[in-house]
Design a protein around this ligand. Sequence first.
Ligand code: ATP
Ligand code: AMO
Length: 426
Amino acid sequence: LRRTHYSSGLGPSMDGKDVTVMGWVMAVRGHGAISFMTIRDRDGRIQVVAKSGSCPDETRERISGLKPHSVVAVTGTVRASEKAPSGFELVPNELKVFADVQKIPPFEPQAKTVKNIETRLEIRPIDLRRDALLELFHARSAVLRETREYFYENGFVEASTPKMISTATEGGAALFPIFYYNKEAFLAQSPQLYKEQLTMSLERVFEIGPIFRAEPSRTNRHLAEAISIDLEEAFVDYNDIMDRISDIVKRAASAATPYAGGPGAQFAVPDVPAEIPRYTYADLLDRIKGAGAKAEWGDDLYPSALKKAGLEGFYFITDWPAGPKPFYVKVGPDGRTSESFDLMFGDLEISSGSTRIDNRAELEERMAAKGMNAGSFGHHLAAFDYGVPPHAGCGIGLERLMMALTGTENIRDVTFYPRDVDRLTP
Ligand code: ATP
Ligand code: AMO
């Protein structure tokens, strides 16, 4: 038995044609002389109408007994019908049941009231049949494709760097230790040092891969395993990287837009301004203080404080205080600020990036100031003895970007199988 058509390939113009469709049962209604069944495939829905006299009785009876989610093939005849939602229905001849449903799921994906995320995650494969989530994950895939296109068009080479590593790159906290044969090792917090080294040969690299953060807190914006879109480029500085991010975000927004109009879509893609505004940290601090919030030079800018500053949509915060930044971030000529930025969406951080330190002495100095053991970075430091070009880059949190583009409140909803402090399954 072979599928001849997807739902999207069927229509009233095919009246009288024999077809075989495959999918899963969404609903069965009616008894006795007539049964209606909606089946769904990856493209959409098909209404099957089994009426006494127009299809074999045995097929009609079996259809009326099917439970939702059963996986089936239906061979039958297309019949144009003005009453059917898509202008046609399928008159079944034969039914094949690939998988009979053993259990009714504790919630119906199409139900109007949506269960809380913890309940839904317990049977994520069923939850992912919900129209609203399908739109989100189609949009996510389109965003990834468009981002990759951007990189290829601009001469970036896709890299894959080790995820089992010997040292922290983003500060000591939030590390997952693992057993690596007889040694202690860690899951990579970011591809930071590898992508920097790759600028020595490839000049422009990107990586789209997992990052691991043992985030201790339960929030709607932190995962223990997230996907980072990392880029790194030689002979440029952080301003050039902000230009690149602006282009990527614009293209990502266009790629997501078609899915905002889909059947289950409950989101509107926000506008990306032609020029994403750039505010320095110092300016924002003044604004926040002016709005009556307590904030000191060097403080992280908390969502509550950013809200006070009344910032909305996409914007950059640039020139952060150098002190708290990771050791590889280039300190500005004033010795107090750094050549760094965050891309924000309202109070949500989407990306961090910076110009990097490109000489060994300065890097060692920063490590010492941060109380880091330079000895554990021997290979990285040694690369600098052979000449590292000036370079800059950033990491964009894919899930955070998707939250912004789809107005999703909880990061878990835009993640297939989220990992967090409370969840390692499914
Ligand atoms: P990075 O780790 O690169 O700074 P991030 O966005 O994860 O990226 P965090 O400092 O962890 O940065 O948090 C970003 C924002 O989220 C911060 O401004 C912080 O106020 C907020 N945040 C962090 N933890 C919590 C929490 N437990 N509850 C609410 N908001 C939080
Ligand atoms: P940073 O630590 O800011 O920078 O991470 C970059 C971006 O990754 C996303 N992100 C997360 N998303 C979900 N859950 C998390 N726990 C999480 N942690 C980070 C955020 C964040 O902006 N090496 C640098 C980047 C660079 O300078 O190139 C870095 O890792 O969207």
